[in-house]
Write a protein that binds this ligand. Structure first.
Ligand code: ZN
Length: 232
């Protein structure tokens, strides 16, 4: 059996996924059971507060918790090019946005808000070949104004092995926002939130550029204090 056959099978498996990205069972894309488990998300609102208080506070709404299924789905979408998984992740992001806007009287309609994704590190973007959060966002709210207004001002260490305080130190001043966001009301968007340190740094950078962050949304929330490899 030639190696090209294996290569071809691998290519076909990527184009026409045969295993559920959530649980691994033989299926196409994401199986019915995994879809059903994510169909009625119960968004959770909380208030992120910077430990040094200088960064201010930020309202965060997440659509769901971060269990093994969600870990596998996000990993398949981000790291293994499984674009088909966006179909089950996008509605979760949409739900979180709706809950953020509904839960805050006085918050403008989604159409008048600027959605600003938290940027991936340059290394992650180079490895994946694309920036996954803006892609997911475009699918979740196709007509919403999405502006990739944040970039890294300097290199940061990999966050996965760091505790809460270390993450904040690692990220302090790491992001910078484009001046065009001045005066705009923005919602920050990420896929997974662990300590919230990245979102707080993003909010600080936006405020420094004259923008008004009204809140943040994400697909999944890792329970506090838990540090798991390969997450922000
Ligand atoms: Zn499944």
């Amino acid at each position: 059996m030639g190696g090209w056959r294996t290569a071809l099978r691998d290519a076909l498996a990527t184009l026409f996924p045969v295993r559920c990205a959530g649980c691994g069972r033989d299926d196409r894309g994401v199986c019915d059971e995994c879809r059903a488990a994510l169909r009625r998300p119960r968004p959770r609102a909380e208030r992120l507060v910077a430990r040094d208080a200088a960064g201010g506070a930020l309202e965060l709404v997440t659509a769901t918790g971060y269990d093994e299924r969600m870990r596998r789905l996000l990993d398949a979408y981000k790291e293994r090019g499984r674009a088909d998984v966006a179909a089950v992740l996008a509605p979760l992001l949409r739900t979180a946005l709706a809950a953020l806007v509904a839960g805050r009287p006085g918050t403008p309609a989604p159409g008048s808000l600027l959605l600003v994704p938290v940027p991936s590190s340059r290394a992650a973007r180079a490895r994946r070949g694309y920036d996954h959060v803006p892609l997911l966002l475009q699918r979740a709210v196709p007509r919403a104004p999405v502006v990739s207004a944040l970039r890294h001002a300097r290199r940061v260490r990999d966050q996965s092995a760091l505790g809460v305080a270390e993450r904040e130190r690692n990220l302090a001043g790491a992001l910078v926002a484009h001046p065009s966001v001045a005066g705009r009301r923005v919602v920050l968007v990420d896929d997974v939130v662990t300590t919230g340190a990245t979102l707080l740094e993003a909010a600080r950078a936006l405020r420094a550029a004259g923008a008004h962050p009204v809140g943040a949304i994400a697909v999944a929330r890792v329970p506090r204090i838990v540090t798991t490899p390969r997450m922000r």
